[in-house]
Design a protein around this ligand. Structure first.
Ligand SMILES: Cc1cc2nc3c(=O)[nH]c(=O)nc-3n(C[C@H](O)[C@H](O)[C@H](O)COP(=O)(O)OP(=O)(O)OC[C@H]3O[C@@H](n4cnc5c(N)ncnc54)[C@H](O)[C@@H]3O)c2cc1C
Ligand SMILES: Cc1cc2nc3c(=O)[nH]c(=O)nc-3n(C[C@H](O)[C@H](O)[C@H](O)COP(=O)(O)O)c2cc1C
Length: 778
C-alpha cells in the first residue's frame, strides 16, 4: 500500500511508523511518506503532557518508541495551586511530560529507522497532489488545509473560544504541575505550568479577552507580551525569564482556542482514500492536556483496524469507517471533559477567584472537568481530602460526632434564617397526583413520613396549589381551605415529632399547564382532561402543546390580583400548618414560570417584554408571600434555569432572575430547568443541571439547591465541596428508596449518621454489608 501522511506532527509520524512496522510483520512492505512543511528540528510550543495510560497503550504497539519517550520524560504526581498568597498542593495525579520537539525527534528517528520516507520543508497543497497514494492521512493539524478543501464532506464544526492564551517556556523548574492565579486592576490571569525536561518548563498564560484588551496586549509585540507576563508573575519567577518560540504563531502570539470536531472523517477523492487524524479532526483544550494523546491514539486505532482487517482485497473503506466509529466515541467523551475544564478557566475570574477561599477554589479546580469526583480525590490523596473535609466541616456547625475523621460535606448541617437542616440532602418535591379535593391523605403521611425517617435533611412536599383551578390535575393537593391546612398539619406534626428532618411545602399555580390528566390517566400527562375540564389562565393565550393543548385565557389585572391573594392565603395556611420552609414554584412552565419565559409570555403591558417586565408579576407574588411568611423562616424559589429552546431563558438570564429574587428577599434558588416548552431539547447526563446552580450561586451570590440526576453520595459531596450548590435535591432515587440518605451514608462508610431509634438494629448490618463490598473491590 502507498501511504502519504500530510503533516509530520505526532499523528502523522506515529501512524507512519506503526503502519511501516505492521507491513514488515506481515511481509508486505508499505511505501510510506510523511510530508512536513517545517524543518526536522523546528516546532512550535514547549512541552506536552499525557497520562500513564497512554504510555501503556504505546508500549503495546511499539516498545522502542515507548522506551525512548520514557527515557526522556518528566513524571510528576502533584498539582500545586498558588492563589491569594497561599500555596496548596495535592498528590496522586500522575502525569508524564515531554518536550514536543523531543517527542517529534524520537518519532522521526524511529520512522527513519523503519524506512519511512520523511520529506521536510515541503508544503502539501492538496491530497490530489498524491494520486499514486492508496491512502492519504490528513494529519496537518488544527488549521488543516485538507479538511478545509473538503469541508462539504467532512462538515467541520469549529468554535473559537473567548479566552486568550500564550504558550511560553521558562528555565525555572517547577516540580509539581503548577497553577498560578494573579489579579490585576482589569481582572484575573492564570498560568498553567509544567516541567517537561531537566531544564525547561512550559508556561501558558491565559485570560479573558476583555482583560487582555484592557492591558493593551492586543497591540503588544511578542517581546512586550513576554515582559508583561514576567512582571505579572515576577514574585513567582524570582528573576527567571520567560521565553517565546517566536517563529511560530502558536508559540509567539496570544491566540484563542479552536474546538474542532467533524461529522465525517474520511472520503475517496477519485484516486485515493483520504482520512483525517489528530488535531485536523478534533481538538481538546490544553486544560486537560490531551491533544497529543488523542493524536497518538488515533494512529493506534487506525493501525489496529488495518491489522484486524487482514489481507482483504480492498480493506480501506471498511477500515476507515470502523476507525471513525470507534474513535468518535472516545473523542466525544474527552472533548466533553475538556470542554468543562476549558469553561472553568474561562469563567473562573468572574465566578470563582473572588468568591471562593483557596481551599474550596483548589477543590473546584481539581474537579473542573467533572470527571474527577470526591471519592476519586480520596484515592489520589487521602491526606489532602481529609484536610479539606476538616476545613469544610469547621465552616459549618458540623459536630465531631464522627470520631477523629472529618464529616463528609454531604453530612454537614446548613443554616438559613432560624432553620438548620441537619445535612445537605433534600427530598425534591414530587407530585403524587392522588388527592381528592386537594386533600393530602394517608398516602402523603406515609410517603413524606417515610422519607423524613430516611435520613434526608429536609423533605419538600409536592407542588401544592393555591386554588382549585390552579391544580395541574384533579389529584393535586391544595392549600385553599381549613381542611387542607389541617391535613397538612397532621403530616408536619408527624415529621417533627418522629424525625429531626425539616419539612417544606412548594406552593404553585399550574397556569397554562392546569386541568390535565394524572400521568397514568386518559392520554397521559400534560394532556387536557377529557372530562371535568376547567378553564385555564396564563400570561398569554398560548397553549403548552401547539397540538391538542388547551388554550388558556390571557390574565387580566383582576385575575392577577386574585391569584396573588390566593398565594398569600396558601402561605398563611402553610405557616399555620407548621411547615419549616416555603418554596415558591416559578419553574417548569407553570403560572409564575410562564410569566418569566419569553416563550410563554407575549404580553404587551408592563408584565411582558423585557426580562424585568416579565419578572414583575412573579416578584409581586413573592413580595406578598414574603410579607406573610414568618420572618424567621426561609423561602426558596424554584426556577427553570434553561428553557432548552432557542429564544427561551438561558443560564445567563437565569442569573438575572436569581438576582431579582435575591433582591426581593429570597433565601435560595432551587435550580431546575425545562418543561416550559413542549419543544425543549434538554441535554441530560449526570448532575446535568448542577452547572446552573453553580453559576447562579457564584455569580448572583445567592445560595442554591442543585437538582437533576444527582444519584450518589459522591455526587452530593462533589457538588457541596466545590461550592457549586448549598443543598442537593434528590427526586427519583427517593421514589425507589425512602432511606436513600441512610443507604448512601453506609455505602461510603460514614457511620456518624443517626438512624430512627425504631430502625437502629438495621444500621450496623447495612454498614457491614457495604463494608464487605468495599473491601472486595479493594
Ligand atoms: C498551548 C497548547 C498547549 C498544548 N498542550 C498540550 C499538552 O500538554 N498535551 C497534549 O497532549 N497536547 C497539547 N497540545 C495540543 C497538541 O499540540 C496537539 O493536539 C497535537 O500536537 C496534535 O498532533 P497532530 O499531529 O494532530 O497535529 P500537529 O502537532 O499540529 O502537527 C501537524 C503538522 O502538520 C504540519 N503541516 C500542516 N499543514 C501542512 C501542509 N499543508 N503541508 C505540510 N505540512 C503541514 C505542521 O507543520 C505540523 O508539524 C497543546 C496545544 C496548545 C496550543
Ligand atoms: C414523579 C415526579 C413528580 C415531580 N413533581 C414535581 C413537583 O411537584 N414540583 C417540582 O418542582 N418538581 C417536580 N418534579 C421534578 C423533581 O423535583 C426533580 O426536579 C426532577 O425529578 C429531577 O431530579 P431527579 O433526577 O433526582 O429525579 C417531579 C419529578 C418526578 C419524578
Amino acid at each position: 500500500m502507498k501511504i502519504v501522511c500530510i503533516g509530520g506532527g505526532p499523528a502523522g509520524l506515529y501512524f507512519a511508523l506503526l503502519m511501516k512496522k505492521l507491513g514488515r510483520e506481515r511481509g508486505a512492505e508499505h511505501d510510506i511518506r510523511v510530508v512536513e512543511r517545517n524543518k526536522p528540528y523546528d516546532t512550535f510550543g514547549w512541552g506536552v503532557v499525557f497520562s500513564d495510560a497512554t504510555m501503556d497503550n504505546m508500549r503495546e504497539w511499539d516498545r522502542e518508541t515507548a522506551d525512548a519517550i520514557e527515557a526522556s520524560f518528566a513524571h510528576w504526581d502533584d498539582i500545586e495551586l498558588q492563589f491569594k498568597g497561599r500555596t496548596i498542593r495535592s498528590g496522586g495525579h500522575g502525569f508524564v511530560g515531554i518536550g514536543r520537539k523531543k517527542l517529534l525527534n524520537i518519532l522521526q528517528a524511529r520512522c527513519e529507522a523503519l524506512g519511512v520516507q520523511l520529506v521536510f520543508e515541503t508544503e502539501a497543497d492538496s491530497d490530489a497532489d498524491y494520486p499514486e497514494a492508496d491512502l492519504v492521512i490528513a494529519s496537518d493539524g488544527i488549521n488543516s488545509k485538507i479538511r478545509t478543501q473538503h469541508a462539504a464532506v467532512f462538515k467541520p464544526d469549529i468554535v473559537s473560544r473567548p479566552n486568550r492564551f500564550i504558550w511560553l517556556g521558562t528555565q525555572k523548574l517547577y516540580e509539581p504541575f503548577t497553577f498560578i492565579f494573579e489579579k490585576t486592576e482589569h481582572g484575573w490571569f492564570q498560568a498553567h505550568i509544567y516541567k517537561f525536561d531537566d531544564s525547561t518548563s512550559t508556561f501558558i498564560v491565559e485570560c479573558p479577552e476583555h482583560v487582555w484588551k484592557a492591558h493593551g496586549l492586543d497591540s503588544a509585540s511578542p517581546d512586550e507580551s513576554v515582559a508583561f507576563c514576567e512582571r505579572l508573575f515576577a514574585s513567582n519567577l524570582q528573576g527567571e525569564r520567560l521565553m517565546t518560540n517566536a517563529r511560530h504563531l502558536r508559540g509567539s502570539a496570544w491566540i484563542n482556542f479552536q474546538r474542532v470536531k467533524c461529522e465525517q472523517w474520511s472520503l475517496f477523492n477519485g484516486k485515493s482514500h483520504v482520512v483525517l487524524m489528530g488535531d485536523a479532526v478534533h481538538t481538546a483544550h490544553f486544560a486537560i492536556g490531551s491533544g497529543t494523546k488523542l493524536a497518538l491514539e488515533d494512529a493506534i486505532e487506525l493501525t489496529r483496524q488495518f491489522k484486524e482487517q487482514g489481507d482483504t482485497a480492498d480493506p480501506i473503506p471498511a477500515v476507515l469507517a470502523r476507525y471513525q466509529a470507534l474513535r468518535a466515541i472516545d473523542v466525544i467523551r474527552l472533548q466533553n471533559a475538556a470542554w468543562n475544564a476549558m469553561e472553568w478557566f474561562e469563567v473562573c475570574g468572574e465566578r470563582y477567584c473572588d468568591q471562593l477561599e483557596p481551599e474550596q477554589f483548589m477543590y473546584s479546580m481539581l474537579t473542573r472537568s467533572q470527571r474527577i469526583s470526591h471519592e476519586n480525590l480520596r484515592l489520589r490523596d487521602k491526606g489532602w481530602l481529609d484536610g479539606f473535609e476538616q476545613w469544610f466541616g469547621e465552616r459549618t456547625a458540623a459536630t465531631a460526632a464522627w470520631g477523629s475523621t472529618p464529616v463528609p460535606p454531604m453530612f454537614t448541617p446548613y443554616t438559613v434564617r432560624s432553620v438548620t437542616v441537619k445535612n445537605r440532602v433534600v427530598v425534591s418535591p414530587m407530585a403524587q397526583y392522588c388527592c381528592v379535593d386537594g386533600l393530602p391523605g394517608e398516602f402523603h403521611l406515609v410517603h413524606l413520613g417515610a422519607r423524613a425517617l430516611g435520613g434526608a435533611g429536609m423533605v419538600v412536599a409536592e407542588m401544592t396549589c393555591t386554588s382549585p383551578d390552579a391544580r395541574i390535575t384533579p389529584g393535586c393537593p391544595g392549600l385553599w381551605n381549613d381542611a387542607q391546612r389541617d391535613a397538612w398539619q397532621r403530616i408536619v406534626a408527624f415529621v417533627h415529632r418522629e424525625t429531626d428532618a425539616k419539612i417544606a411545602i412548594q406552593i404553585g399555580h399550574a397556569g397554562p399547564k392546569a386541568s390535565t390528566n394524572e400521568p397514568w390517566a386518559g392520554d397521559g400527562a400534560d394532556r387536557p382532561l377529557a372530562q371535568g375540564n376547567w378553564p385555564i389562565v396564563a400570561p398569554s393565550a398560548l397553549p403548552y402543546r401547539a397540538e391538542g393543548g388547551q388554550m388558556p385565557r390571557e390574565m387580566t389585572g383582576v385575575d392577577m390580583d386574585r391569584v396573588r391573594d390566593d398565594f398569600v392565603r396558601a402561605t398563611r395556611y402553610a405557616a399555620q400548618a407548621g411547615f419549616d420552609w416555603l418554596e415558591l414554584h416559578c419553574a417548569h412552565g407553570y403560572l409564575l414560570s410562564s410569566y418569566i419565559s419569553p416563550l410563554t409570555n407575549r404580553r404587551s403591558d408592563k408584565f411582558g417584554g423585557s426580562l424585568a417586565n416579565r419578572l414583575r408579576y412573579p416578584l409581586e407574588v413573592f413580595a406578598a408571600v414574603r410579607q406573610v411568611w414568618p420572618e424567621n423562616l426561609p423561602i426558596s424559589v424554584r426556577i427553570s434555569a434553561h428553557d432548552w429552546v432557542d429564544g427561551g431563558i438561558t443560564p445567563g438570564e437565569a442569573v438575572e432572575v436569581a438576582r431579582a429574587f435575591k433582591a426581593a428577599g429570597a433565601d435560595m434558588i432551587d435550580c431546575s430547568s425545562g418543561q416550559v416548552s413542549a419543544e425543549q431539547k434538554p441535554t441530560y447526563g449526570r448532575m446535568y443541571q448542577t452547572p446552573f446552580a453553580d453559576r447562579i450561586r457564584n455569580e448572583a451570590g445567592i445560595a442554591t439547591i442543585a437538582v437533576g440526576a444527582i444519584s450518589e453520595a459522591d455526587h452530593v459531596n462533589s457538588i457541596i465541596s466545590a461550592g457549586r450548590a448549598d443543598l442537593c435535591a434528590v427526586a427519583r432515587p427517593h421514589l425507589a428508596n425512602p432511606a436513600w440518605t441512610l443507604t448512601e451514608a453506609a455505602r461510603i462508610g460514614y457511620t456518624g449518621i443517626a438512624w430512627p431509634k425504631q430502625y437502629f438494629s438495621g444500621k450496623a448490618q447495612m454498614e457491614a454489608i457495604f463494608q464487605r463490598e468495599r473491601a472486595a473491590r479493594e
